[in-house]
Design a binder for this molecule. Structure first.
Ligand SMILES: Nc1nc2c(c(=O)[nH]1)N=C([C@H](O)[C@H](O)COP(=O)(O)OP(=O)(O)OP(=O)(O)O)CN2
Length: 293
């Protein structure tokens, strides 16, 4: 017998890609369980499927940075004294990425690439150990939201959030809608899809100098003029990130979706002061903020 649950959850996370850098993603999870019936004549109570599987997925992927631990660019070092993990992703041509964060900020995928297949395998191994004996098989199907217009992938961290969004490198794949003078404006939507294609959105007040960071031996060799350096401390610990300027954008506010929607609306108003703008900024799938300028 097979049991299925579609739209079990949406995983919002970022991953490291040798070519694209840091990529924000939102993947929808569908699941199929194979097994015999238990004493309730069920493969597994839907409520348990939803709660237990979602909890495991949240714990192991959601709001984390996924690292392709077997890629030749990846260097990982745990400091047992501080319980911080240094991650260096040594992309060539000055595009390396470096982090110094609590262990919970990362998920290590033992593969050369982070793909739907490698993440599904990683989660399957974790979830399989927690299933009751009558459930013998598990299939996880990951998919992107179908978006019939422009969208972007961004990574950010919300230092004031009291949950996992405080992690400095988690992200989303998000659609955007811009209305200019009461008409949907595809040109403006394409502008944001290009500007924020694979972007790190940092808050200007989180910029620090190199002397304020815990640099790994790899990061200390960098040309710092080509990188932004961000750091903050929040309830889960100390978060530090060094990332190429060419793959980042700066805002003067926090990067909540409310602030990003307003940032976009204000940018349009600055470029065309005589027009009226309404921006629908999504954060992942099915939620977001609307701003006016
Ligand atoms: N009003 C706002 N609330 C939250 C914002 C925001 O910008 N404005 N942002 C976040 C985080 O960035 C987070 O990444 C949002 O992800 P989400 O998956 O929705 O968060 P949850 O874990 O709470 O939801 P699940 O569906 O359970 O994964 C948070 N809030």
């Amino acid at each position: 017998m097979q049991l299925f649950v579609n739209d079990l959850t949406v995983m919002d996370f970022s991953y490291l890609c040798p070519r694209r850098g840091m990529v924000g993603e939102s993947w929808i999870v569908d699941v199929i369980l194979d097994g015999g019936l238990n004493e309730e004549s069920m493969v597994l109570d839907f409520s348990k499927v939803k709660k237990q599987l979602k909890r495991l997925i949240d714990e192991h992927v959601d709001h984390k940075l996924l690292v392709p631990a077997e890629h030749e660019f990846a260097r990982v070092k745990h400091d047992p004294l501080t319980d911080q993990v240094n991650l260096d992703f040594l992309r060539p041509d000055g595009r390396s990425i470096h982090l110094h964060c609590p262990p919970e900020a990362y998920a290590f995928i033992y593969s050369e690439e982070v793909t739907m297949a490698s993440v599904s395998q990683y989660l399957k191994e974790i979830i399989a150990t927690e299933l009751p004996d009558n459930v013998q098989g598990l299939t996880l199907m990951l998919r992107e939201e179908v978006i019939d217009g422009p969208y972007y992938h961004y990574t950010h961290g919300l230092k004031k959030h009291d949950g996992n969004c405080q992690r400095i490198a988690h992200g989303h794949r998000s659609r955007v809608k811009v209305v200019k003078n009461s008409q949907q404006d595809i040109q403006s939507e394409r502008y944001w899809a290009k500007r924020w294609q694979d972007i790190y959105i940092g808050t200007r007040e989180d910029l620090v100098s190199q002397s304020q960071l815990h640099l790994s031996e790899h990061a200390s060799e960098l040309d710092f003029s080509e990188h932004y350096l961000f750091a903050y401390e929040s309830s889960q610990g100390l978060f530090e990130l060094i990332i190429p300027k060419s793959e980042s954008d700066l805002v003067d506010t926090d990067s909540t979706v409310e602030c990003l929607a307003q940032f976009m609306a204000d940018e349009h108003k600055r470029m065309e002061p005589d027009a009226e703008f309404q921006v629908f900024a999504f954060e992942g799938v099915g939620k977001g903020a609307i701003a006016y300028a």
